[in-house]
Design a protein around this ligand. Structure first.
Ligand code: SIN
Length: 304
């Protein structure tokens, strides 16, 4: 009998498979399809202080091996998330969730994190300094080590729960940013968010997405994400949640060998709503195939 459980900042997960923020809503639509309590956890939609309608449409462009999104952090705002979404979520998901928190200023990150930190359902706070779809805030905080450290320090000062910083791949040196977050007190790093991309419609000769550019995700970005997880694992001691193009049990194992303690599945949920269920069901078979008894033993195994 293989062992799929992993421990993330003191939180033991039955398995490392976690739907990524923005690809799983608050879980209820998926709960109509299968029992989502088989998941390790899930990260809910990025939450800002104010409700947001998001960017103008069209917001999605199809690409080979993935898709571009420019959603623009559509969400009902932190107060409504706490008053309405968390209680509704508690009816279908009975494990600690990951709260993905966004902001447009350090003060907003602090405000939102302090509020979400009081919620018993929340196991980990994932601070999103990497959204590429808003014109200020978001990625602006995650592309500079000093800014990322400032947000980390400020948020850590008001949170008792573990704080993971979700980083952008749209940088020249991911390692320096991850290290700055670790030095500022981050409990872990989530990486990567989407890669900036665009498509042009050949008939209209205009960008497909109304915001012109968006974040590219899907299986095509897996090697980029894997490379960044590998590099960051060599530089920091805190745990990493590996994200980017994961769509199979083999991908989960590969991401863990690179250094991830847990693995988030994003775009695959949009293509195949049963993606996470299938990955979780496939994991024991894949582990046996590669002679793995316990998943936690292989974290960073490719570095030895
Ligand atoms: C979005 O809502 O635009 C996507 C969120 C993100 O990429 O962080």
């Amino acid at each position: 009998m293989v062992k799929t459980s992993v421990t993330l900042s003191g939180l033991t997960l039955d398995n490392p498979v976690i739907p990524a923020s923005g690809t799983f809503g608050y879980g209820y639509e998926f709960a109509e399809l299968y029992d989502i309590n088989i998941l390790g956890s899930f990260s809910f939609k990025g939450t800002t202080q104010q409700p947001r309608f998001g960017n103008p449409t069209p917001r999605i462009a199809e690409c080979t091996g993935g898709l571009i999104n420019s959603v623009g952090l559509q969400n009902p705002g932190i107060e409504k998330v706490i008053a309405e979404e968390l209680p509704r979520m508690a009816k279908c998901f009975h494990k600690p969730v990951i709260a993905n928190i966004s902001g447009f200023s350090v003060e907003e990150y602090v405000h939102n994190c302090a509020l979400i930190d009081t919620q018993p359902q929340v196991g980990i706070i994932e601070v999103n300094v990497s959204c590429p779809n808003v014109h200020h805030g978001g990625m602006a905080f995650g592309t500079d080590p000093a800014c990322a450290a400032e947000v980390t320090r400020a948020v850590k000062a008001v949170c008792k729960k573990p704080v993971y910083i979700k980083l952008s791949p749209n940088v020249t040196d991911i390692v320096s940013i991850a290290k700055a977050c670790e030095e500022a007190g981050a409990d872990g790093i989530s990486l990567i968010n989407t890669l900036m991309g665009m498509r042009i419609d050949l008939k209209t000769k205009r960008p497909v997405v109304a915001n012109k550019m968006g974040g590219f995700s899907g299986s095509a970005i897996f090697p980029v994400a894997l490379r960044m997880v590998y590099q960051v694992y060599e530089a920091v001691k805190i745990p990493i949640m590996g994200i980017g193009g994961v769509s199979s049990a083999d991908d989960v194992i590969e991401m863990m060998l690179a250094g991830a303690t847990a693995v988030q599945v994003g775009a695959a949920n949009l293509v195949e709503p049963f993606a996470c269920k299938k990955i979780i069901e496939d994991l024991p078979r894949a582990m046996e195939q590669y002679g793995i008894q316990s998943l936690s033993d292989i974290i960073g195994g490719a570095h030895q």
